[in-house]
Design a protein around this ligand. Structure first.
Ligand code: NAD
Ligand code: MG
Length: 388
């Protein structure tokens, strides 16, 4: 049901770091893609600007209070404007688009993505929290509906690209690379004094605030281990993390003959975004190229999980499974937003997550409803700890 050769893309979270870069990819490839649906949480200004430029059919603003503003600004266009969380979920189920780019941040991305899968829509998945919270249900739905979930996260895109042509060859293990973030090599006596603005400076990537903090605490790599488990159907002991500060190798796959494939390039999210949107095609572009005469050293080291305890907590959640990743994710979202508002310190984020993981009741095989409940319970408990 694609209209001619153009893929109609629904960007959920179009005003974010991933969303705006996806629109750049669309703009450079107007014969291949159109922006059919654009959604934002509260940034009405940017959403309006994007809608005037890309002429989508549907625009959704999450925040009801900004509805009138968006509707009025777009009254001379063909765009239908909706507001609120329910509208976001309903639009995901509509038939008017070909591919959802799931680029909302956090738990809020789960329901729209599930609705899209249930409607038989392929997903280009940036929103890793969706798989951390309810990966079993999300992947089962995709399998039952026979629709692909194509990773956008650079590590998972790398692995996905390494797996092209390897359908019959099992993975021995994957090696997820991590930049180490801005505090690589630092110890707790340094981290205890880290403030928000310092943690928001990532050495290699410019991203949204939440994932930037997750990268500084290494929680991002923990979330990515769980994301990889579901995307590639792996056992926890098949997922290894290695620190690679240059962010040139985006991740690797080792096969049963010991051969390792890596995917490389300069760190630029537009490449995995474009790859996911155009899959199985590769599309020519003018992004800067890697020059091995300038990038002469690639280094690797073990992650320091004693200092960056979030990664150890995520490994525990990965190993135990059930609703523990969901609980961890909820506590982490609360902790990160509290840190961003200067309510707690850098190391206190870990304490909040650990205590919440100990407190909320463990379920080995939760239903979707039970995931929602565990998320709510964990959020309340974490917020109480911080006295929000
Ligand atoms: P961001 O904060 O820059 O943008 C988030 C988008 O989601 C915005 O459009 C915002 O309006 C929308 N949004 C936020 N909360 C919402 C809510 N409650 N309801 C509806 N919409 C909401 O985030 P980002 O950096 O673009 O990241 C998006 C997702 O992609 C995250 O899950 C992140 O982990 C993942 N990701 C991002 C990058 C990156 O380079 N930025 C890389 C890999 C993976
Ligand atoms: Mg990543």
């Amino acid at each position: 049901n694609q209209s001619g050769s153009t893929k109609r893309i629904a960007i959920f979270g179009s005003t974010g770091s991933i969303g705006t870069q996806a629109l750049e990819v669309i703009e450079a490839n107007l014969g291949l893609f159109t922006a059919e649906v654009l959604t934002a949480n509260s940034n009405a200004e940017l959403l309006i600007e994007q809608a005037l430029k890309f002429q989508p059919n549907i625009v959704v603003i999450g925040d009801d209070n900004r509805y009138a503003e968006v509707r009025d600004a777009l009254k001379n266009t063909d765009a239908k404007v909706f507001a609120g969380e329910k509208a976001l979920e309903e639009v995901a189920s509509m038939d008017c688009y070909d591919l959802m780019l799931a680029a909302i941040v956090g738990y809020a991305g789960l329901k729209p993505t599930l609705n899209a899968l249930n409607a038989g829509k392929p997903i280009a998945l940036a929103n890793k929290e969706t798989l951390v919270v309810a990966g079993d249900i999300v992947m089962r739905t995709a399998y039952e509906k026979r629709v692909p979930v194509i990773p956008v996260d650079s590590e998972h895109s790398a692995i996905f690209q390494c797996l092209v042509g390897e359908v019959r060859n099992p993975i021995e293990k994957i090696i997820l690379t991590a930049s180490g973030g801005p505090f690589l090599g630092k110890k707790p006596n340094f981290l205890v004094n880290v403030r928000r603005d310092h943690a928001l400076q990532h050495p290699n990537w410019s991203m949204g605030a939440k994932i930037t903090i997750d990268s500084a605490t290494l929680m991002n790599k923990g979330l990515e281990m769980i994301e990889a488990k579901w995307l590639f159907n792996l056992q926890p002991d098949q997922i290894e993390v290695v620190i690679h500060p240059q962010s040139i190798i985006h991740s690797m796959v080792q096969f049963q003959d010991g051969s390792i494939k890596a995917q490389m390039g300069l760190p630029d999210m537009k490449l995995p975004i474009q790859y996911a949107m155009a899959f199985p095609r590769r599309v020519a572009n003018d992004f800067p190229r890697l020059d091995f005469r300038k990038t002469r050293t690639l280094t690797f080291e073990e992650p320091d999980v004693r200092t960056f305890r979030n990664l150890a907590l995520a490994m525990e959640a990965l190993n135990k499974g059930g609703n523990l990743p969901c609980i961890m994710n909820a506590a982490n979202e609360i902790a990160v937003y509290a840190f961003l508002r200067n309510k707690i310190g850098f190391l206190e984020m870990t304490d909040v997550i650990e205590k919440t993981m100990e407190k909320v009741s463990f379920l080995q095989q939760p239903s979707l409803e039970e995931y929602y409940e565990s998320d709510g319970e964990a959020r309340n408990y974490a917020a109480d700890l911080i006295q929000l």
